[in-house]
Every structure is written in structure tokens, then in C-alpha cells.
Design a protein around this ligand. Structure first.
Ligand code: LIP
Length: 267
């Protein structure tokens, strides 16, 4: 893929993430329709509306691309040379309770033998007007409001005692038990711990050097894809539970993202 093509994919990821974020923010203070789509798994009318807006725009630009989206939409093609992995609102529980921590996460990915390699991505936090974006080999940036985009770099922290360590709480009982074991292993000696309830945004913060290390034992591809490219392009490390490559699984995947200097082993 040449630089011009990557640039175009990144521009579409940015355009769709920002306009979906604006729609989510507009809907923020109005009454929400909330339903359960699974155990401890919510969906709101805003998730559905923002996803439809994103996918319709992408289809206008790239009619032959495929989709893997958080919200079910059987009208979308699942195959194509590029797969768009989309979480229209990551942090839906926060959103549904008006906790102002959520983001839109969009990644254009190349299918690989074991999963996906994101090649262009955007994560947009509409409450702070913070736009994170990246393209493969082109670096990652953060633009705040109408400011100039700043190049992202992960932190240089290499001691747990200075590290801001972050995690999110899974809905699954076994993942909660293991997360507590890992928490007990690292939290006491870390500088401090954060859990913000939107995995994609927490991992974008790893790329920005705000957080040094993040783990989550049961994420879905749409929580991971965009943040993975941001972290890779800002010099960080992305791994699965055992420190090896990510094991992509639409039903739940362990994911560790960090600055690559802390060498923390979960398993
Ligand atoms: C959620 C996350 C949250 C994580 C949950 C879930 P949603 O995504 O970002 O941080 O712990 O497992 O995946 O459902 O709000 O888009």
C-alpha cells in the first residue's frame, strides 16, 4: 500500500470518527434508549446511530471494503481487501450513565493469516475534542481542538514504581478473577492505577505517554484495532497474554499495550 492510499484511509478514519463523535456528543444529554445485547453488555440508540453514520460514509468512499463492527448489522459486507473495524462508542456503560469517558474507534485493517494488521486508524474523544490518528509507517498524532497535530511517543518510564498502570474490568467472571491476580501482582508497587472504562481510549493514552502500561483480558477486535496502530506507531509494544503476538478472537482476546520498557509479564 503506498503512502497516498494510507493517507486517504487515515483521512476517512478521521472524518468518520470526528463526525460520529460529534453526533454522540449531541445525543449525550438527551434521554437514551438502552438495551442489553448480552451479559453485562449494553447498547444504546446512540451506538446504533453513530455506527450507521460511520459505515454509510465509509461505503461511499470504498464500496468494496468489508466491516467488523461492534453493533450487529447484517447489511454490511464482511469481506474485502480492507476490513474496517469499528467501535462507534467505546465506553458504552460510561456513556449510558453520562460518565464523560468514551470515544469512537475506527481502524482500516489488512486481513492477515491470524487476524488483522491495522494500517490507518482514528480514535476521537468528543468530550475533550482530542483526535488521535495514525497510518502505518507514518507515525501517530494527537490533535487537540483546532491545534496542530502533535507527534505521539510512548513514555520512557522503565520502573514499575514510576508507572501509571491501567486496566478495565471485564464482564466475564474468569477474566475478573485473573485480572485481580494480575492487579495484586503489580498494583501495589506501581506509582498508581487507573481504570477509565473505555479500553480504546486508555490505550490511546498509552500511545500519548499518559499511561505506561495497560492490560485487559477480554477485549473484542473493535476495542483493540485502532489503539494497536497508535501504540505501534508511537514506539510502544502490543502483545497477547503471554507476551507473544495478539491472538485475535472476536469473542474475546487478552491484550497488553505498553511503552515496551516495563517488561511486565502477565502470565
Ligand atoms: C467496553 C470497553 C471497556 C472494557 C469492556 C468493553 P464498549 O467496550 O471499552 O473498557 O472493559 O470489556 O469492551 O462495550 O463500551 O464498547
Amino acid at each position: 500500500m503506498d503512502v497516498a492510499e494510507l493517507k486517504e484511509l487515515r483521512a476517512v478514519a478521521v472524518e468518520t470518527a470526528v463526525s460520529a463523535g460529534k453526533l454522540a456528543r449531541e445525543m449525550w444529554s438527551k434521554p437514551r434508549e438502552i438495551s442489553f445485547k448480552g451479559f453485562r453488555d449494553l447498547v444504546t440508540d446512540a451506538d446504533v446511530a453513530t455506527q450507521a453514520q460511520i459505515t454509510q460514509t465509509i461505503q461511499r468512499y470504498f464500496p468494496n471494503h468489508g466491516f467488523l463492527t461492534e453493533e450487529d448489522d447484517s447489511s454490511l459486507p464482511t469481506a474485502g481487501p480492507i476490513i474496517w473495524i469499528i467501535d462507534p462508542i467505546d465506553g458504552t456503560t460510561n456513556y449510558s450513565r453520562q460518565i464523560p469517558e468514551f470515544c469512537v474507534s475506527i481502524a482500516a485493517c489488512q486481513p492477515t493469516a491470524n487476524g488483522y494488521q491495522p494500517i490507518a486508524a482514528a480514535i476521537y474523544d468528543p468530550m475533550r475534542d482530542e483526535l488521535f490518528s495514525a497510518a502505518q509507517g507514518q507515525g501517530a498524532t494527537l490533535q487537540i481542538g483546532s491545534g496542530s497535530p502533535q507527534t505521539l511517543q510512548v513514555s520512557q518510564i522503565d520502573e514499575l514504581g514510576q508507572a501509571v498502570f491501567a486496566l478495565d474490568w471485564s464482564s466475564a467472571a474468569d477474566a475478573r478473577t485473573t485480572a485481580l491476580e494480575i492487579f495484586n501482582k503489580f498494583a501495589e508497587d506501581s506509582y498508581t492505577v487507573r481504570s477509565i472504562g473505555t479500553a480504546a481510549l486508555a490505550m490511546a493514552w498509552v500511545a500519548a505517554g499518559r499511561v505506561d502500561f495497560y492490560f485487559n483480558l477480554r477485549l473484542r477486535p473493535w476495542d483493540v484495532a485502532a489503539a494497536m496502530l497508535l501504540v505501534q506507531e508511537s514506539g510502544g509494544a502490543v502483545a497477547g497474554f503471554d507476551g507473544g503476538p495478539l491472538v485475535w478472537d472476536v469473542n474475546g482476546m487478552a491484550c497488553v499495550m505498553g511503552n515496551g520498557r516495563l517488561a511486565l509479564k502477565l502470565g
